[in-house]
Ligand binder design. Structure first.
Ligand SMILES: Nc1ncnc2c1ncn2[C@@H]1O[C@H](COP(=O)(O)OP(=O)(O)O)[C@@H](O)[C@H]1O
Ligand SMILES: Nc1ccn([C@@H]2O[C@H](COP(=O)(O)OP(=O)(O)O)[C@@H](O)[C@H]2O)c(=O)n1
Ligand SMILES: [Mg+2]
Length: 236
């Protein structure tokens, strides 16, 4: 189980800690754990999380490359879109709202998406995360930082011409309600207006790696692989 502990990370939010602690049953068990570690009774097991955001327009190949990174480097893959679609399928209270938002090519309120990501991170045994299709807006970005309390280590941007993205999405064949020309056009507008500012934000902070997302899947992976290979020693 991936855990972050206050004494090991001052940046973690109190709500995240509280929820983590409740999964460990009580605050007492958490603080006892910290005390034991401090005394060297047990070796610390917690690893600092390593967070990667995969950004890019619809059909730019984010999900495809995530699968390759999982296979090669053992990351956990959290697709924001998949988590939202799972919520629709589970007929949860937010399901109808999420479905309408996706059909319209708009962005689901950040609170909803971040909570789903948070739950997956907490349940994961892994400490290395590929967060795919998130953050898609500045609101997404700020909400993640506020609720999860951490920033990404690395951000990848899959830069793909619109024409190619449209072609790929129309051929995707996964039965998605948003893989039609009308919704794709809306999604591309949303991407330009709301997602590009997030990409620029990470570029200004020196965290962005731009991938030329044209070519075969393997050719694109040859751009992606060295980024992760370079971090492999430090990530663990
Ligand atoms: N390099 C590529 N060349 C051609 N088609 C691709 C490439 N990478 C992915 N695809 C296909 O394009 C579609 C969209 O890819 P996907 O990984 O789902 O993109 P995203 O998650 O960015 O929307 C899928 O059908 C996928 O198989
Ligand atoms: N951070 C996110 C990610 C996806 N979504 C919604 O889910 C849809 C599908 O996202 P996705 O990541 O599966 O899409 P692709 O880029 O893989 O085509 C988006 O168009 C949004 O409607 C969202 O609202 N917020
Ligand atoms: Mg995808």
């Amino acid at each position: 189980m991936w855990r972050r502990v206050a004494s090991l990370s001052s940046s973690i939010s109190s709500s995240f800690l509280a929820q983590t602690a409740s999964r460990l049953n009580t605050w007492e068990s958490l603080t006892t754990g910290i005390a034991q570690q401090a005394k060297g009774v047990i070796a610390p097991k917690e690893k600092t999380p390593f967070i990667t955001f995969f950004l890019g327009g619809p059909g730019s190949g984010k999900g495809t490359q995530c699968i390759k990174i999982v296979e090669t480097f053992g990351f956990a893959h959290l697709s924001a879109g998949d988590l939202l679609r799972r919520e629709i399928a589970s007929k949860s209270a937010d399901g109808a709202m999420i479905l309408n938002t996706i059909k319209e090519g708009k962005i689901v309120p950040s609170q909803v998406t971040v909570k789903l990501i948070q739950k997956e991170m907490e349940l994961s045994d892994n400490h290395k995360f590929l967060i795919d299709g998130f953050p898609r807006t500045e609101e997404n970005r700020v909400s993640f930082e506020r609720i999860i309390g951490v920033e990404p280590n690395v951000v990848l941007f899959f830069d793909c011409p619109e024409e190619e993205m449209v072609k790929r999405v129309l051929n995707r064949n996964e039965g998605r309600v948003d893989d039609n020309l009308e919704t794709i056009k809306k999604r591309l507008t949303v991407f330009q207006a709301l997602s590009l500012p997030v990409i620029n934000y990470y570029s200004e902070r020196g965290k962005l790696y731009t991938i030329k997302a044209i070519g075969t899947e393997d050719e694109i992976f040859e751009q992606v692989r060295p980024i992760f290979a370079a971090f492999e020693q430090t990530v663990g």
